[in-house]
Design a protein around this ligand. Sequence first.
Ligand code: AMP
Ligand code: FE
Ligand code: FE
Ligand code: ZN
Length: 284
Amino acid sequence: MPHRPIDLHTHSSVSDGTETPAELVAAAASAGLAVVALTDHDSTAGWSEATRAVVGTGLTLVPGMEMSTRLGMNSVHMLAYLFDPEDADLVAETARLRDSRLHRAERIVERIGADYDVTWGDVLAQSTPGATLGRPHIADALVAKGLAPDRSAAFAGILHWRSGYYEPHEAPSPVDAITLIRAAGGVPVIAHPATRGRDTNISARSFEQLVEAGLMGVEVRHRENTEAGAERLRELALRHDLITTGSSDYHGTGKPNRLGENGTDPEQLARIVEAATGWRPVEG
Ligand code: AMP
Ligand code: FE
Ligand code: FE
Ligand code: ZN
């Protein structure tokens, strides 16, 4: 039997993916995945639709989220698996995050609109009501207006953090996010922590602090982690007995990442399931 991939990081239109949760589940089933985790940015709004869609597919769904956090000027993404989606503190914090993302996106668009023909209405037209808004939706508006050929080009140009239009959004520290996720019975795994450039790179010392706060895993196999960075993560994981994962970070047509391009070992998924007390995987 060929090994069916376990892909623990994907996005739907509940955040910045281009497929609805049901479409994403269908795509994961046709891609031959054994397990898919839905990890929209700062939202669990896709869990129920994905749970219904998985019935009869033979696919297992791991409900999750990718929480935005901030360490100084760096954006750090924290994956969270199998937590209680009704935990009051986590619900309040993610609502605050989505709100701060919304106002930050409005301010970015206001600045871009001074130089280019793009409005807030153009951005809303590119998103589902209630979706966690981010630069990808602004990118889609720029593409629709003919101001960029695709999302990636928009990110490399007008939306780049050095473009003069950029600003970060408010977010909790990674330590606070880890504490919230653990209190909600979830398993925190730091997302793509070894990317090139300034984003999401954390020092060894900060890493030790995250482990002390209750970090349980690291996303090692991800297309944006550098080879050297992934090696360093493997060593850190070994030293601290952390779970290691791999994933596609699929965004539908919003990114070139393909479902199952990187996967997680079954033993590592078993550790996540065993550690979680907030929710269970859904077997379809
Ligand atoms: P934001 O969180 O609003 O600052 O936007 C960053 C998000 O945009 C990340 O979650 C990525 O998934 C997405 N993103 C970053 N770079 C790109 C890119 N080159 N093309 C498409 N999406 C991207
Ligand atoms: Fe994203
Ligand atoms: Fe991310
Ligand atoms: Zn992601």
